[in-house]
Design a protein around this ligand. Structure first.
Ligand code: GRF
Length: 207
């Protein structure tokens, strides 16, 4: 069994999708060993508690510098015996030290088809506003491994979602979550846990 530690900042619907998929057995060979938030009042922490999953708040604001924050995260990953770290709506830049220590073992969900509408500043509703402003007819979601850039790591899974003429950013965000994010995040975690992912020359091959 692989231990998955999930990092969250907000509502945690992606976390919920993961919890449900683990319970249903569609995510194989994985258990969520902890949920960590940078925000004490994140509803995602409540979801974890309700499911008997260990949870804690580690805020970068409580540390003197990035290095101390990085050490606190690494210590938590050790304590929860993390094999995989999942960023599920985590709005904090992960310190480089953590990325280096967990290379190929941190994945993120991004609500667009990377390399469109991603990079610094593209988070939350901004992503969907950008899609609508450009007039894209198709958008989607991407699960990727995390490297030292913003949304630049090897792509694991993507799923396309239709954009409709009367969409608002909020309506589009909801459709992208329902039709893409909540599906491909559990799938990617399962592929990792079953040792089916291989990074070859910066791209991911599914074995
Ligand atoms: C999702 O759109 C995710 O892709 C993004 O932040 C949002 C988090 O939503 N990066 P939730 O907390 O999982 O409900």
């Amino acid at each position: 069994m692989k231990n998955v530690v999930v990092l969250v900042s907000g509502g945690g619907t992606n976390l919920q999708a993961l919890i449900d998929a683990v319970d249903a057995g569609t995510v194989k060979n994985a258990v969520i060993s902890a949920v960590i938030s940078n925000k004490e009042n994140a509803y995602a922490l409540t979801r974890a508690k309700e499911h008997g999953i260990a949870s804690e708040c580690i805020s970068p604001k409580s540390f003197e510098n990035q290095d101390a924050f990085a050490d606190a995260l690494l210590d938590a990953f050790d304590r929860y015996k993390a094999d995989l770290v999942v960023l599920a709506g985590y709005l904090v830049i992960v310190p480089k030290k953590v990325i280096k220590s967990y290379a190929g073992r941190i994945m993120n969900i991004h609500p667009s088809l990377i390399p469109s509408h991603c990079g610094p500043g593209y988070y939350g509703l901004h992503v969907h506003e950008s899609v609508l402003a450009r007039g894209n007819k198709v958008t989607g979601a991407t699960v990727h491994f995390v490297d030292e850039g913003t949304d630049t790591g090897p792509i694991i899974l993507q799923k396309a979602v239709e954009v409709r003429d009367d969409d608002t950013p909020e309506v589009l965000q909801k459709r992208v979550m329902e039709e893409a994010e909540w599906k491909i995040l559990p799938q990617a975690v399962s592929l990792f846990a079953e040792d089916k992912l291989q990074i070859v020359n910066g791209t991911v091959k599914v074995k």
